[in-house]
Unconditional design. Structure first.
Length: 409
């Protein structure tokens, strides 16, 4: 039987239809996700066929989706993605390379090496690998720290991401939290003994975007910088100095599906001494002709859309988009600062702003009443704040302010 008959061949009409549906939904205002034809409760015995399936799923998959590039979207660390990544992700799906094995990814492994080689120097790192998110990047880095330096403890600030505690638990390492200062930065003088510890410093905390003092902890057995969010600033000549000190780290985590505008799941874990770290996290044997490096087994070519974006935009182009986001956060901050009914937690250092209307206790209710714009919530020192993350270069700060004021009145 020919590939066409099995549904594996290139089908120009089907693919054109898929693109047409995508285009229609991107152009239309958010429709209700209610489909005229609800999905069957159980696996159907007979299939609808591909074209019917596209029509049946479009209201759910496309119509029901959050629109991360809308002007009111100023909430989470999830960016809209550029179309070059849509195209290359389609290539990925069609080719389905598996980077576990050179036979099933003869060129994709090289593309990943290239993407890593392009980005690692901005952090003074030697190499590393792509992983499915910074949760896994943090786990991989701390795993290497345990193997290479025999660390017994993971030390991080109270404001560190929960994935750091999770990694410590998975690796059987003690976790110790260090207090933060008023700006949510790790208090270097409260570090304690870190000679047997992996010290995790955060570059851009999830709640407020605080950047820990990145030169501290010289005596730590291993220093890992969780730059999941703010690491991308290293590509901007203007903002790179905010992360000075990162070059002394033993390892760095960076989520490309945050401020490098990549589709999920795209992140990097980078190491100052890659051959040593790679050796520590490698398993060989069996049917594998090359060792399996890192936590994942089979994994795909997420480097292709990343490399495509970097090639299409160049460093300057990436920096311009991130700088635009930084400007939007500044603009939002200045609107909040000058409005008598609003208060700000701190000036935004890397595109994350915590703010709220004065005298409103029920911020959850306020958020639920908002129309046309989105914010997220963050708990800081037991107090709830609205949180706006500048991940969307098309966001409109005035729209967000308007929506919050309307919902609060
Ligand atoms: C988002 C984030 C993580 C987790 O990254 P994922 O890519 O969501 O797994 C870890 N640390 C910080 C500081 C983050 O902002």
């Amino acid at each position: 039987m020919a590939a066409e008959n099995y549904g594996f061949a290139f089908d120009p009409d089907g693919l054109a239809r898929a693109l047409a549906l995508l285009r229609r939904y991107l152009g239309a205002r958010p429709a209700s996700a209610a489909s005229e034809r609800p999905l069957p409760a159980t696996l159907p015995e007979d299939g609808l066929g591909e074209l019917e399936t596209l029509e049946a799923l479009a209201p759910e998959v496309l119509g029901g989706a959050a629109r991360l590039g809308d002007p009111g979207m100023f909430a989470h660390m999830d960016p809209p993605t550029p179309w070059i990544t849509w195209a290359t992700t389609l290539w990925n799906a069609a080719l389905n390379q598996n980077l576990l094995h050179p036979d099933t990814a003869p060129s994709a492994r090289e593309i990943e090496r290239r993407a890593v080689a392009w980005l690692a120097p901005f952090f003074a790192m030697e190499g590393g690998q792509m992983v499915a998110g910074s949760t896994l990047a943090n786990l991989t880095a701390l795993w290497a720290a345990r193997e290479v330096r025999g660390v017994e403890e993971v030390v991080a600030s109270e404001a560190a991401h929960l994935s750091v505690r999770k990694a410590a638990a998975l690796l059987g390492l003690r976790f110790r939290a260090v207090p933060v200062d008023r700006g949510q930065r790790l208090q270097a003088q409260a570090l304690g003994d870190v000679r047997n510890a992996a010290l995790v410093l955060t570059a851009g905390t999830t709640a407020t975007g605080a950047i820990d003092p990145l030169e501290c902890g010289e005596e730590a057995a291993w220093v890992h910088v969780d730059a999941a969010w703010a690491g991308a600033l290293r590509l901007s000549g203007r903002y790179a100095p905010l992360l000075d000190g990162i070059e002394y780290a033993d390892s760095v985590a960076l989520s490309a599906h945050k401020w490098l505008f990549q589709p999920k799941e795209s992140a990097l874990v980078l190491f100052a001494r890659w051959p040593e770290a790679r050796q520590a996290i490698s398993f060989g044997g069996g049917y594998l002709s090359v060792p399996n490096v890192g936590v994942a087994g089979s994994h795909g070519a997420t480097a292709a859309p990343l490399l495509a974006t970097l090639l299409a935009w160049g460093r300057r182009g990436v920096a311009a988009r991130i700088e635009r986001c930084m400007a939007l956060a500044e603009e939002l901050a200045s609107l909040v600062r000058t409005h008598p009914e609003l208060e700000i937690f701190a000036e935004p250092s890397c595109g994350v702003l915590a703010w709220r209307p004065r005298g409103i206790d029920d911020l959850r209710g306020l958020r639920a009443r908002m129309r046309g714009a989105f914010v997220s919530l963050a708990k800081i020192d037991e107090s709830l704040w609205l949180r706006s993350v500048a991940a969307n270069p098309m966001a409109d700060p005035a729209l967000v302010i308007e929506a919050v004021l309307a919902a609060g009145s």
